[in-house]
Design a protein around this ligand. Sequence first.
Ligand code: VGL
Ligand code: ZN
Length: 197
Amino acid sequence: MTHALIVIDVQNDFCPGGALAVPGGDEIVAPINAIMDEFDAVILTQDWHPAGHSSFASSHAGKNPFDATEMPYGPQVLWPDHCVQDTHGAMFHPNLRTDADLIIRKGFRPTIDSYSAFFENDKTTPTGLEGYLNTRGIRKLTIVGLATDFCVHFSAVDAARLGFEVTVRLDVCRAIDLDGSLATAEAAMRDAGVTLS
Ligand code: VGL
Ligand code: ZN
C-alpha cells in the first residue's frame, strides 16, 4: 500500500526561541529527516497566517495569548502572533529536509484557523490534501511533527475519519499541553482509530 509521511508544522515559531515555542520542538528534526526515505511520499505542512489573523490574541481587544474565545465556527484558543507569512518564524526549521513531494499551507484565511492538514477549524473548508492523496493512490499515513495536541491531533483524527490508515509516531512529535490537552488529544486519536506508536 502506498504510504506517505506527513510532517506537521516543523517551523521556527514552534521551536525553542520561536513565538509559540513547543518544548523540545527542535529535537524531532533529526529523527524526521532520518525516516523520510522509508516512505513512498513525503508531505510537509506549513502554518501560514496573514498578519492580524483572527487566531491571534492581538487581534482581539482585552484578550491574552492562550485565552479561549468563541468564533462563528466554534471555540478557539487565541495564540501569540506566529507563523506570519514570509517571516522567519514561518520558515521550516533550517535543518529540516525539505526535499518533499508537497508542501501544504494552512491557516491563510484571515477569519478561520486551521489545525488540521485536511479541514480548517470550521470542519468543512478543505485544504485539498484529501484529493491529492486520493489521486496519488495513497491510503496509509504516518504523521509526525508539532504540536501533538493541536495540529497533529486534528490532522490524525480527520485522516482516520476520511478512511486513511493512520499511525502517529508520538516519539517524533512534541506537545504544547495546555490544561490537559495532550491527554485529551491522545484519547481522541485512539477513539478515532489512530494507531499511536
Ligand atoms: C499549531 C497552534 C496554532 C500547531 C498551529 O501547529 O499545532 N498550534 N497554530
Ligand atoms: Zn497557527
